[in-house]
Design a protein around this ligand. Structure first.
Ligand code: 2P0
Length: 364
């Protein structure tokens, strides 16, 4: 055994993202592809991010994963983890260093040597447990990005890294980009290599957009997204109609709204799509309830606020849980938070948190 084995490593961070047009339902569970396209905003990484170090060495005897300092013992056999590690490692390139004195290039690790090495992955996220927010999107995006850097991986087609992250967790493919990101459902290619995420507009395009997260409950959700969407695909006719007839139109509407920086249109379609996603949950048999009475009171408060203002100044959206994410513009943040504190004074600290986020810096 080499007494001084070389350990190669790379560290990256990735943002979480909050969907305006929701992903709900798999078209193909093997490739983890969706029945409809979706669109999200990557949040900035001041408060919420996943940070991952990936390392590889010929001295490692197996693949290992630590999450927030605790080893996940069955990680190396998990289908999601394997898809990411094996998917990126297959795209590895020779690691070359240049001698600064002579300018001579030297291959220190060949592509074939990478494929013989195991990896150690250490990841932590800065998601406060009280926020009760899903972290899998940021986590798998950071895993893929760290492996890409470690192995010097190169895509064989544009979007291939997002296709790999998608196999970790669907929403993770959108976290490989900053700004406004569309995940194209794909399906024209038999290997689903067209199910990829792409940036619609970068984080500098519409800098005034803010996300305010209202923590309604920090309890762990009762129905996982993977199980919930599987039940919805099996039983909800509304979901099939939505994927076929509604979402394609909404993708066009929201992409136009983002390009034109039209908050009225962006906010309206975001709220309508959240409502329809939760309607498909109710249409699932047995029904799935993610929103609770407090969530619904937030919906009413936002509609009252917009009616009072005579324009859409804030838009709510809810994922697979009761917490609200409010999109607004910088100039309305103080007014919106004043409203939240008026209606939820007792729990104001919990509810408002301190999560007023900018858009993410680009991750790639
Ligand atoms: C979204 N959600 O578009 C939607 C809205 C939840 C509600 O993506 O099975 O954790 O790992 O592919 O990505 C949650 O689903 O599911 C999700 P998997 P994922 O953000």
């Amino acid at each position: 055994l080499d007494p001084n084995p070389i350990i190669h490593e790379a560290t990256v961070s990735a943002p979480t993202n909050i969907a305006c047009i929701k992903y709900w339902g798999k078209a193909n569970s093997q490739y983890n592809t969706p029945i409809n396209s979706s669109l999200s905003v990557s949040l900035d990484q001041t408060d919420l991010r996943a940070v991952t170090t990936a390392s590889a060495s010929s001295s490692f005897d197996r693949d290992r994963l630590w999450l927030n300092g605790i080893e996940v013992l069955d990680a190396s056999t998990s289908k999601r983890f394997r898809a990411c590690v094996d998917g990126v490692r297959a795209l590895a390139t020779d690691k070359v260093v240049v001698d600064p004195a002579t300018g001579a290039k030297c291959v220190v690790v060949t592509k074939d040597e990478w494929s013989g090495m195991h990896v150690h992955i250490a990841s932590y996220n800065t998601f406060p447990t009280a926020a009760g927010l899903a972290s899998s999107a940021a986590g798998y995006a950071a895993l893929v990005a760290a492996l890409v850097r470690l192995f010097g991986a190169e895509e064989s087609y544009p979007g291939e890294f997002t296709a790999i992250a998608r196999q970790g967790s669907g929403s993770a493919c959108r976290s490989l980009h900053g700004g406004f990101v569309a995940w194209r459902a794909g399906g024209k290619k038999s290997d689903w290599s067209d199910s990829i995420a792409e940036q619609v507009a970068d984080e500098l395009h519409w800098e005034e957009v803010r996300a305010v997260i209202l923590v309604v409950s920090d309890a762990k959700k009762e129905t996982s997204s993977t199980d919930g969407m599987s039940d919805s695909v099996a039983t909800s006719e509304l979901l099939a109609f939505r994927a076929r007839e509604v979402v394609p139109k909404r993708m066009n509407i929201i992409e136009e709204a983002i390009k034109a920086k039209d908050f009225e249109s962006f906010g309206k379609v975001t709220m309508m799509d959240s409502n329809q996603f939760h309607a498909t949950c109710l249409d699932t048999y047995p029904p799935i309830f993610y929103m609770n009475d407090v969530s619904r009171s937030v919906v009413q408060m936002i509609h009252m606020y917009n009616a009072w203002a005579g324009e859409i100044r804030a838009a709510y959206t809810f994922d697979a849980g009761p917490n609200a994410v409010l999109y607004t513009l910088d100039k309305h943040v103080v007014e919106l938070l004043a409203l939240v504190l008026k209606y939820y004074p007792a729990q104001s600290e919990d509810l408002v948190g301190d999560y007023v986020s900018n858009l993410a810096l680009a991750q790639k």
